[in-house]
Design a protein. Structure first.
Length: 707
């Protein structure tokens, strides 16, 4: 039967193909899905990279905070060393007076304690600590293990934190003291201890600044589950953790961003853009499927262009990775510099405090006995020991890059010959010494003792590298550096330089340790044969003299260390001051120093020289002394609380504009000292100073006033 022409067309069956112009949009859907997947992967990688960067930044801040805690507690607990030294060599009847001085010098200390035989008998201040009197540290279960560990180690150990009896948390540093026994040897005397308030340590260091920077933190004992101090916020399990190492104790500092590692809010705009791009891509794909053949060819061409762009993107990613390996090598170099600066800061602080102590010791020794008496002979021994201590502090200040003690012309040829002559008397006969001194004047400016230490340390290291003999060569030459030469040697300026090279034919330096040769306390020598400070001190002194040090070495073929120092004009005259008897004088001389031992001994020495010496412990006291009568000269310490040296001089000169002044300092010629000298001081006294140095500088300053 024929079909009805008026009947509607039959619906397409499952096997029928779509009609032209009615194609299904599956191609557009697939394109949109692919864009979403690819974009999501890119966004995820972006967030992962950002999270890693944030983690590195948080780790650096946490490490700085941890090192700040270590430095702060080490300085406070160092009071225990000072107290132990006094107990070991002196009577403790003046304990309260000594404790007051230590409390004023070392910040953050809660109390100082004496425990003869292990029993707490004296605490200062006593208020709030009465209940601790009579505590037997070696018998009490809470303190016995720590006390026994301190006794066995004979080192400073830290215990805590725990609740202090006067309230709050604290840390106790303890040292076992041994005295010389009547029959010889040493006998255990007891313990000295220092208590430090933990909240003050947190507030003084970078830890408190973490909270202000949007970071949560927690301090806990190493291995403990609960923190003993925190910012109050909950920390995730993947918080960064940094060790805080104390004498005989270890803590852990955990830090994490308050809002978490992943900032989802930053993904809203990229995600919206991604959805928009995906939708547009789907519509475009759907449209392209309906275009004629020539449009498909255009799509093929565009696809090829995208492939080329992807290859270029891949090349850019490779280049970016190389750049990151280079924003990492620079970062490692910066961390090394920070480590050297941190150790140098600690060494400089110790040397400065030690110079103040040596000034008092040397001054009191000058005041002991008349010439030719037994007391004078004993005083001479004290003076000699104090001068040796001063030489040690000069080395510490050189390593710490805290300035030079002198700024005089130094003939490098003569310096090398002196070191060579010194070594020839002790050198293995199988080691031959060679000299190649080819420079012209070979003069630099600096501290001759420190520069001699540089050459001597390099020569000793070269000697130790040739146990079977060899050749030790000293070379001195003039080098003219241009801009290209200084780029390869950071810290140098273009111009003439003196190059000092110490070379050996020894065992050489293994490649695995070459990056650490200038690190402090690093040594490859057997135990007991090296401290690891020789090359670190070379590095610090050379840097402080505006120079550069580097080396070349091949294992089994020796090493060459080269020091470059800016060349200076040859001196026109001898700058040395002839020795002689101390010069006497007259006049009112102010001695302003917050260290009592320094100002008392200096004042007494000035009175011996005929001056009317007037001591003052602060800027306020100095102005009171001036108010009682005009001054002829002012000796002022560089670093004093409530008004440093330059500020004190400005206040004094409001009443006496032409008042001459001499600066006293335990540092070398660093930036602060140079600024003070340019600001009106007419001379400088480096602590510790002798009677002769004091007399000469005071007389010189007084003469300049009359000139």
């Amino acid at each position: 039967m024929a079909p009805d022409a008026s009947a509607p067309p039959a619906a397409p069956g499952p096997g029928d193909a779509p009609r032209p112009g009615r194609r299904a949009p599956w191609g557009g859907v697939a394109a949109a899905a692919a864009v979403l997947l690819l974009g999501g992967a890119v966004l995820q990688q972006h967030e992962v990279a950002e999270g890693r960067g944030r983690r590195r930044a948080v780790l650096e801040r946490a490490d700085l905070a941890a090192r700040a805690i270590e430095d702060d507690l080490s300085r406070s607990l160092a009071a225990a060393h000072a107290l132990a030294a006094l107990v070991r060599h002196a009577d403790v009847d003046r304990f309260e007076q000594i404790a007051d001085e230590l409390l004023s010098h070392y910040g953050g200390i809660s109390s100082l304690q004496l425990a003869p035989g292990g029993v707490l008998t004296r605490i200062h201040p006593l208020a709030g600590n009465e209940a601790a009197l009579g505590l037997d540290l070696l018998a009490d279960p809470e303190h016995r293990d720590s006390a026994e560990r301190t006794l066995e180690s004979r080192q400073l150990t830290a215990e805590g934190p725990f609740e202090l009896r006067q309230g709050g948390q604290g840390v106790v540093g303890r040292i076992a003291v041994f005295r010389t026994a009547p029959g010889g040897g040493e006998a255990f005397w007891g313990f000295v201890a220092v208590a430090v308030r933990l909240p003050e340590v947190v507030s003084r260091t970078r830890v408190a600044a973490l909270s202000a920077g949007g970071l949560d933190w927690a301090l806990r004992r190493d291995g403990a589950a609960r923190p003993f101090a925190s910012s109050g916020g909950a920390l995730p399990r993947d918080a960064v953790a940094v060790k805080v190492r104390l004498p005989g104790e270890a803590w852990e500092l955990d830090v994490a961003p308050r809002e978490g590692w992943v900032r989802w809010g930053g993904l809203v705009m990229p995600a919206a853009l991604l959805l928009l791009v995906a939708a547009a891509s789907g519509l475009l794909a759907h449209r392209l499927l309906r275009l004629p053949e020539e449009l498909r060819r255009a799509v093929d061409e565009r696809t090829a262009a995208l492939a080329l762009a992807n290859r270029r993107l891949a090349a850019e990613l490779v280049e970016r990775q190389r750049a990151e390996e280079a924003r990492q090598a620079a970062e490692a170099q910066a961390r090394h510099g920070q480590k050297m600066e941190a150790v140098g800061l600690l060494a400089g602080g110790i040397a400065h405090d030690f110079n103040n102590l040596l000034t008092g010791i040397l001054g009191y020794a000058e005041l002991l006995g008349e010439a030719g008496t037994a007391a004078d002979e004993a005083a001479a021994g004290i003076r000699q020991a104090a001068r040796r201590g001063a030489a040690l502090t000069r080395q510490l200040l050189g390593f710490a890059r805290r300035g030079k003690y002198q700024q005089v012309p130094v003939n490098v040829h003569a310096l090398v010959r002196e070191v060579s002559a010194l070594l020839e008397r002790t050198l293995d006969k199988r080691i031959a010494i060679r000299h190649r001194l080819a420079a012209g004047s070979a003069v630099v400016r600096g501290d001759p003792d420190q520069l001699q230490q540089v050459v001597l340390n390099l020569a000793v290291n070269a000697r130790d590298a040739m146990p079977s003999g060899g050749t030790l060569t000293f070379e001195v030459a003039e080098v003219e550096l241009d801009a290209e030469g200084t780029r390869a040697r950071p810290g140098l300026a273009p111009g003439p330089h003196v190059a000092v090279t110490v070379a050996d034919t020894g065992v050489g330096i293994p490649a695995v340790v070459r990056d650490r040769v200038f690190d402090p306390f690093f040594t490859t020598k057997p135990a007991g044969q090296g401290t690891g400070m020789g090359l670190a001190m070379v590095y610090g002194i050379v840097q402080n003299h505006g120079g550069w040090v580097g080396f070349e070495s091949e294992e089994g073929k020796g090493a060459r260390f080269t020091v470059l120092l800016p060349e200076a004009p040859a001196p026109e005259r001898d700058e040395a001051v002839p020795a002689g008897a101390p010069e006497h004088g007259a006049g009112r001389v102010l001695v302003a120093d917050d260290e009592r031992g320094v100002r008392e001994t200096t004042a007494r020495l000035l009175r011996r020289l005929g001056y009317d010496a007037l001591p003052a412990a602060s800027m306020e006291e100095a102005l009171e002394v001036q108010g009682r009568g005009a001054l002829d000269l002012a000796l002022v310490d560089l670093a004093m609380p409530a008004g440093d040296g330059p500020e004190t001089l400005r206040a004094l000169r409001r009443a006496q504009p032409e008042l001459p002044a001499v600066l006293m300092t335990g540092y070398g010629l660093d930036a602060r000292v140079r600024e003070a000298l340019e600001g009106g001081f007419r001379g400088i006294l480096h602590k510790p100073f002798s009677l002769e140095e004091l007399a000469a500088e005071v007389a010189r300053a007084v003469r300049r006033r009359g000139a």
